[in-house]
Design a protein around this ligand. Sequence first.
Ligand code: CMP
Length: 140
Amino acid sequence: MAAQRTFSIIKPDATERNLTGAINAVIEKAGLRIIGQRRIQMTRAQAERFYGVHRERPFFGELVDFMVSGPVVVQVLEGDDAVAKYRDVMGATNPAQAADGTIRKLFAKSIGENSVHGSDSAENAALEIAQFFSEADIAG
Ligand code: CMP
């Protein structure tokens, strides 16, 4: 299979606990390459746009508040079947249901403060990457 890209966010609950390196180690051990990475303070407008699909959900306000509560690390990951592979590596959205060895089982605090985001499709990965990276900031 040709190399595929996915988009990842290391969320504020993880940066606050200094877990960027520990999470990156899990990502790299799974065979994914970090080909773009930037630590940023997301603006409310960026977070609302990024999670726009969830705008009508009851947790939307809480989700946006959380994503702007501290720095995040936005990443482009590359590898065979990267979208599905990273979703496996992250584990279930709710850490209580996440499999052993997954990032969320290892590090997440709750369904909201769940340490990482990963794209759910190749199409969304391309859209999400474009929100935070130009091609000049990605080197595979
Ligand atoms: P993520 O993969 O970033 O995409 C949407 C996010 O919404 C999800 O991870 C969770 O962090 C968050 N989320 C989903 N369900 C809930 C919930 N019930 N309460 C708070 N946040 C939620």
